[in-house]
Structures are given as C-alpha cells and as structure tokens.
Design a protein around this ligand. Structure first.
Ligand code: NAD
Length: 496
C-alpha cells in the first residue's frame, strides 16, 4: 500500500536519480552509477540515488577546500555564521513535517518520533553550537611571566563525516553543527540505506544562504564512497558513526594520513534495576527504550540486570508493555514501533534470537517476524526477551533490534561486574530509589554515559561519547565538541 505523501516530498522524490550536492551544485555521479533506496515499511522502491565514487569524493573535498580557502565562511565573525545557521534552523522548523515524513519513510520510524524528536533536535543543535561559537573567544590571552602570548582558535579546514542509517538527520546535526559553527567546511557520506533527509537538508542549507562548497554530500556505498572519503589526504578531520568493524577500517585509513578521527561506535548498554526501584515505571521505560526506533539505537538498554527479589514483578510488567506495542508502518499514526531498516537487518535480528537460543538462552518472549496487514512486504519483527548466562552470544554482541537479554543478580558488586564485562562502553542506566547507591553504581560502570532512573537522556551541553569498543576521539553534544573543530595556535613574543 503506497503511503500518501506531502506534495514537496513527491516533488523531491520525483527527481531520479537523486543527485549529489557538491560545491553548491546538484549533479549526477561522474560515472553515472546509482543505487536503490527502499521504504522498509513496504519493501518497495522509494527512489534511486546517485552512487558517488572516489572521483566524486575527490571533487567534493576539492570544493570544500576551495570554499574554506576562498569563500568567506571560515573568516566570517562567528556571529555572522550564527545568523546563517539560525536561519537554517528556522527553515528546518518550517519544513519539519516534510523532513519528518521523509525520515519516517526512509528509516521506518514512527512519524511522531521523527517530527517530535529527530528533526527539531537538529534545529536545536544548530542553534546551540551557533550560539556557543559566538561566546567562544577566538583569542585567549595566556598569562605567563616574560611573554606576551595568546592562543588563537581557528577552524581546521575540510571535515569529513560518515553516518549510519538509524538516526540519519539527527546525527548529521550532532556531527556537522559544531564543525560549521567553528568555520570549517564539510563533506558528508550518508548511509546508503537512508540518504534522503540529508539531501533535503542541503536544499534548506542553500536556501538559508550557506555558501557553495561549505556543505557537500556524496551519497554512495561504504566500500567505495565511504572508503575514498576516509582515505582522502585532503581532509583535516573525520568523524565516523557506525559499527566497530567499519570504525577500525576508518581509523586505519585516517591513521595512514595522520588525520584526527572521532569514532562513535556501537554499544551493548545495560540497565541495572535494584529492588527499591519503581518497578512499573522502570519496566515501561525499558520496554520503550528497547522498542524505540525498533531497537536500532546504539546506546539503548539491551541487557536488563534485575535484582532477584523483583524479577517476577518486573518480568510481568515488561512482558505486558512489550506485548502491547503496536507494530506498523512509520506513517501510520497508530504505530508505536516501525519495521527495521532493511531485510538484511531483519535477518540479523531474527538470527541473533535464534543463535542465542541455540547457545542455551531461554526465550521469555519469542519475538520473530511480524506481519502488518496491508504492508506485507515490510521488514517487521516482534520484540523478544531472552535470559540465560552472561556469556551467551545475545548477551555479548550488539543486535540492533527490539531484543533484550535479562540477567538476575544478588549484590551491587555482582551487578557492576556483570555490566563491566562488556567490551562496549557507551551507555548504561541504574534504577534505584537510593540516590546514594544509584550514584555510586553509575560512577562504577565503565562507559561514556551513566543515567539514573531513566535511559536515553540527551541534552545539548551534556557530552555524549563512548569508550572501549564504543568509540574514541571526543564524542558529541558537549561544549567541548566545538573546540574539537577549532585548532589552537600559540602566538608568542618576549615581553620587553
Ligand atoms: P556501518 O558501520 O555498517 O556503516 C556506517 C557508515 O559507514 C555507512 O555510511 C556506510 O556506508 C559506511 N561504510 C561502510 N563500510 C565502509 C568502509 N569500508 N569505509 C568507509 N565507510 C564505510 O553501520 P550501520 O549498520 O550503518 O549502523 C549501525 C551501527 O552504528 C551500530 O553499530 C550502532 O551502534 C552504530 N551507531 C553508533 C552511534 C553512536 O553515537 N555511538 C550512533 C548511531 C549508530
């Protein structure tokens, strides 16, 4: 069943294949290739998109270099850049309905989530970093006896970005807003599954007056366009969000060129529920967390550690909420959980449940494929709950679907040890009425983020990053992230 689309989305998708955006101009890939993008809710073709390759990446990097060197963007006072970025944020707000529809269609996420969180968050990110850049001193005096000195903060040049498919535009915002506010130019390689909102964003950037070459987008496959961008000697920085496997390749490429790299990678987050937690609230929140974006959230709670005394009560509540979830097409207003992004992802999720069971885990909620009437070609799965030993494959590896693994524990020390045996280190949460204990445990968990009595907490100004297998290089969303995109230079003379 083809969904009814807004006229601007029909027009946008009518241009086939959707072109690359390089140096302020829209055009095909040099060698004419393209790839297909599907609506995961239907399994049907949404459109064809230009498949950029190394030659296109090279054109984009050169355009970004030219824009950095000759256009005024890097030399504009932060205030003037902020005016343009605010205008872009306002345009995002004005086009929220269209962008949300496109994002919902491309990723499969419920429209209300795209319209209520993803898209407005991008506008807020632009405003946050634009304003922060205005308040950041370009020249900072250094008080050292015998010297007249200051630190100069200048943008690096061309910053490259490679993004995954789960929060396409949200992550573009978190990634490029600080780089742009600092005066850099950017080249973006969106995920091949979900490139649409990034291209639409470029239309708005043009309309907002972002100069040509400041934002460039090369759509294409990871092994071609992505690899070429990571290996390009003309980039000054690279930020990658995606899997640890690809992160390693990107890190190696950047290492060869001595390009600083930021890696935001996967996770296997835990939630630790103590017996004094508000069980009903926690069960509802965790069922919401594991089904948010159909479980395709890097930082979500996937291992639920439950103190034995509350195991039965918690499980009953969790099952109730998971079984009640309404699965459907992202554009259906009744849907609470959409499809996963692709058939490949569906097989991955179903495969992990199977492998977990084969390795000795017990199914508390069976999961499996879901069929949505009228949308039989979509990539739907049901939520699943497993329990078993802590070394089961489903307890160790990132599944990236609505599948949680329950583990019982007795003591605080045991819970901490169970969480910290993961190789990942992105985000965990602690649930307890005893805030002293909650803080103590939160601080003992090895990860970039520890949340208390909630999971998936984000705010501009609170840094979000991973450690160990979950990433390196600084993270996003914090005030420090702006400084990641400003090169510090000491200017010194002897004081006479
Ligand atoms: P992925 O690593 O397969 O792909 C990410 C991007 O890398 C895509 O644009 C892809 O085209 C590109 N790519 C693939 N092979 C490449 C190569 N050889 N060289 C250069 N680029 C290449 O990840 P995915 O499946 O798109 O996303 C899921 C992963 O992303 C999960 O592990 C998830 O946890 C992680 N993620 C992390 C965060 C975070 O903030 N830490 C946020 C979202 C997603």
């Amino acid at each position: 069943m083809r969904q009814k689309l807004l006229p601007e989305i029909e027009t946008f998708l009518g241009r086939q294949p959707l072109p690359l955006f390089i140096g302020g101009a829209w055009g095909p890939a040099e060698r004419g290739g393209h790839f297909e993008v599907r609506d995961p809710g239907e399994g049907q073709l949404l459109g064809r998109v230009a498949a950029g390759e190394a030659v296109d990446v090279d054109r984009a990097v050169r355009a970004a270099q030219t824009a950095f060197r000759s256009a005024p963007w890097a030399r504009l006072p932060a205030n003037d850049r902020a005016v343009i970025l605010h205008r872009l944020a306002d345009l995002l707000d004005r086009h929220r309905a269209a962008l949300a529809q496109l994002e919902s269609l491309d990723v499969g996420k419920p429209l209300a989530q795209a319209a209520g969180f993803d898209i407005p968050n991008v506008a807020q990110t632009l405003r946050y970093y634009a304003d922060l850049a205005v308040r950041t001193r370009a020249r900072e005096p250094i008080a050292v006896p015998g010297f007249e000195a200051h630190t100069l903060r200048v943008p690096y040049g061309v910053c490259a970005f490679i993004f995954p498919w789960n929060f396409p535009l949200l992550l573009v915002g978190w990634g490029i807003a600080p780089a742009l506010a600092a005066g850099n130019t950017v080249v973006i390689k969106p995920a091949e599954d979900t490139p649409l909102s990034t291209l639409y964003f470029c239309q708005l950037a043009e309309a907002a007056g972002v100069p040509p070459g400041v934002v460039n987008v090369v759509t294409g496959l990871g092994e071609t366009a992505g690899a070429a961008l990571a290996a390009h000697p003309g980039i000054q920085r690279l930020s990658f969000t995606g899997s640890p496997e690809v992160g390693r390749l990107i890190g190696a490429s950047c290492g060869r060129n001595l390009v600083p790299v930021k890696l935001e990678l996967g996770g296997k987050g835990a939630a630790v529920l103590f017996e004094d937690a508000e069980v009903e609230t926690a069960a509802q929140a965790l069922a919401g967390a594991i089904t948010l974006n159909t479980g395709q959230v890097c930082c979500t709670a996937t291992r639920w550690l439950v103190q034995r005394k509350i195991w039965d009560r918690f499980l009953e509540q969790a099952l109730h909420h998971l079984q009640a979830i309404r699965i459907g097409h992202g554009l259906d207003p009744e849907s609470q959980m959409g499809p996963v992004v692709s058939e490949k992802q569906r097989q991955r999720v179903l495969g992990y449940v199977q492998k977990g069971e084969q390795a000795g885990a017990r199914l508390l909620l069976a999961g499996g494929p879901a069929t949505v009437p009228g949308h039989e070609g979509g990539y739907y799965v049901k939520p699943a709950l497993l329990t078993g030993g802590p070394d089961n494959i489903s307890a160790r590896e990132e599944i990236f679907g609505p599948v949680a693994y329950l583990l019982p524990f007795e003591s605080e020390a045991e819970a901490i040890a169970l969480v910290n045996r993961s190789q990942y280190g992105l985000a965990n949460s602690v649930w307890s009425a005893d805030l002293g204990r909650a803080n103590r445990v939160a601080e003992a968990l090895v990860a970039g983020n520890s949340w208390i009595n909630a999971h998936n907490l984000f705010a501009h100004g609170i840094p979000y990053a991973g450690c160990n297998l979950s990433g390196l290089g600084g993270g996003v969303l914090g005030p420090e992230t702006l400084l990641d995109y400003l090169r510090a230079q000491s200017v010194v003379r002897p004081r006479s």
